[in-house]
Design a binder for this molecule. Structure first.
Ligand code: G4P
Length: 536
């Protein structure tokens, strides 16, 4: 099929590629399901996750790994709304997997940030806002669980402003306090939606639109309060400024009860009408690579063992430009080698379907893509390279080993594989040897995933020895030569030969920096120097 420029642009324009992100338990899975419900992709809430799929504890997480529920494995849910298409890209909920979340956010064009009405801004919420800022991602904020007692609406708006610098542009406003929600005001139309809740929230909620007169007559105090409060946020008579949303100066704000499907319809309409479609993606030099260029795609996630029966390995790729056609032979930009695309799939819950054609914004799962790793580029025709991921600086370190000498080969193979997938960072040194690599994690739960995957996928049980390091810095060969002579740090190497220095704490890093300032400059925005000098 020869796709012309117009067709590519039309297809891209009709797509919205987004992620729902939040601190755990704010309702990410519940809202994702409610969005599917409203788009008629599913007919019952709970159809995809099921209660057992909800996370929260370590055991839930690992259980879910085993159950392969969508939150871990599906990567993307595609559904249609009218003539348009939404690609809802899934992110891990737990802070320990924030590096995965960061990678996934490289595949979307906007995010829905969920905030629990009772808890307000939580630790992970703040981190995620920062990541979105760094990535230039427009944020739609949803204050969820308004059906339960929580904080004051204006206080929540104030908290968002003071902690993120973004003003809120309310797209709806609650009539009634949290826990006593009577409905939602549409501040532009001055109407109120009153909802008839279905038992358990299993089916779509029914909305009844009340005129201002009716709403005022029925709820004189609450309706007036809602009108007054929402108008306090009005800026020069303007409720909404799309440019400010896209430039991350302001965030469109929704109040909702995801579990009751309240506020979800409005949110979905907003995404379709105002959400950004795919744009030209900057290449490694920062030059935008036009949507209408030859096919290009960006690998953001690699997942193994999704289908236990086949032990396969899927690389998830976002289409950045052109048209993807199954069977085409693309080029793997990192190796320059041809990459056949015969097995390309879309994953929905546990179901998979073959993808024949995909357009900018879509996500395709490439099966048995053993050479691909997160951050890789595939392209056809003209050559392009998108910027690779910079690994997060790990903060938890352990030596990994297997007690069974007959399993050394499986152990090495498994560790290398998990390194390639980005499950854990792996460092070697001659002194420690290949059978005793140092594993570095952003969050300790990553070690549990390593343990479980090594045993189930590679048949090599691992044990860990704790290491007393908490800071890592990528260094160059000159620094490696000098620092390896010191006793207060350790030099190790990534698989690609990049040297890394590990320190017990920021103070020891500071000491080494004082002795060799040119070897270890602080990366821009690094917290290490700031926090150390503040504590001194
Ligand atoms: P997460 O993916 O962000 O971690 O959150 P998840 O959707 O799993 O929701 C966490 C808990 O919050 C769930 O309760 C869920 O039912 C509840 N929840 C989500 N949205 C709302 C809402 O709008 N209002 C209220 N009141 N609760 C909400 P749970 O007890 O952990 O699980 P379950 O037994 O209810 O499924």
């Amino acid at each position: 099929m020869e796709a012309d420029t117009k067709q590519i642009l039309q297809q891209a324009l009709s797509r919205r590629t987004i992620a729902v992100i939040s601190h755990p338990d704010a309702g990410k899975s519940t809202l994702s399901e409610a969005l599917l419900l409203h788009s008629n992709a599913i007919t019952e809430a709970g159809a995809i996750h099921g209660k057992a799929g909800r996370r929260g504890t370590v055991s839930d997480w690992m259980e879910m790994e085993k159950a392969r529920g969508i939150s871990v494995s599906s990567a993307v849910l595609q559904f249609t709304v009218g003539d348009a298409i939404v690609n809802l890209v899934d992110t891990p909920g737990h802070a320990d997997f924030s590096e995965d979340t960061f990678r996934v956010l490289a595949a979307v064009d906007a995010v829905i940030m969920l905030i629990d009405a009772a808890k307000g801004m939580e630790a992970q919420t703040m981190k995620l806002f920062e990541v979105c800022k760094a990535r230039g991602l427009p944020v739609i904020t949803v204050i969820n669980k308004w059906d339960r007692p929580g904080q004051d609406a204006l206080e929540l708006v104030d908290e968002i402003l003071t902690r993120t610098g973004m003003r809120s542009m309310p797209r709806n406003w609650p009539v009634g306090d949290s826990g006593h929600m009577l409905g939602l005001l549409n501040p532009e139309a001055m109407t109120m939606n009153r909802y008839t809740r279905a038992p358990g929230g299993a089916k779509k909620v029914l909305a009844e639109k009340l005129s201002a007169e009716t709403a005022e007559a029925e709820y004189p105090l609450e309706f007036q309060t809602a009108v007054e409060e929402s108008s306090l946020l009005e800026l020069e008579d303007q409720f909404y400024d799309r440019e400010a949303f896209l430039a991350q100066e302001a965030t469109p704000l929704f109040f909702a009860s995801a579990v009751q499907n309240i506020g979800v319809e409005e949110l979905l309409h907003f995404i379709m009408e105002q959400g950004p479609p795919p744009q030209a993606r900057p290449d490694a030099e920062g030059t935008p690579y036009e949507l209408t260029s030859d096919f290009s795609g960006y690998v953001f996630k690699v997942q193994t063992g999704m289908d236990k029966a086949h032990r396969d390995r899927i690389a998830f790729m976002r289409i950045c430009s052109g048209v993807f056609e199954r069977g085409m032979v693309a080029t793997h930009a990192q190796s320059g080698k041809p990459f056949p695309t015969k097995y390309s799939q879309q994953v929905f819950g546990r179901d998979r379907t073959t993808v024949d054609t995909a357009w900018p914004g879509d996500v395709v799962g490439l099966v048995n893509a053993s050479t691909l790793r997160p951050g890789d580029t595939l392209h056809a025709g003209q050559s392009v390279l998108f910027p690779p991921f910079k690994p997060f600086a790990p903060e938890h370190f352990r030596v990994g080993k297997t007690g069974d000498a007959s399993k050394h080969k499986q152990f090495r193979k498994g560790i290398e594989q998990l390194d390639r997938e980005g499950v854990i960072q792996v460092f070697y040194s001659e002194r420690r040897g290949q059978q005793r690599p140092v594993l570095g994690a952003v969050g300790p739960m990553q070690f549990e995933v390593v343990s479980s995957r090594m045993e189930s996928d590679f048949g090599a049980a691992v044990s860990f020895d704790a290491l007393d390091y908490s800071v890592a810095r990528d260094i160059d060969d000159e620094a490696a030569a000098i620092l390896s002579e010191r006793q207060d740090c350790e030099v190790l190497y990534r698989n690609d030969g990049t040297p890394v220095a590990l320190f017990r704490d920021p103070w020891r890093l500071r000491t080494v920096q004082r002795d060799h300032p040119h070897l270890l400059p602080d990366p821009p925005g690094s917290a290490t120097s700031a926090s150390v000098s503040a504590r001194r």
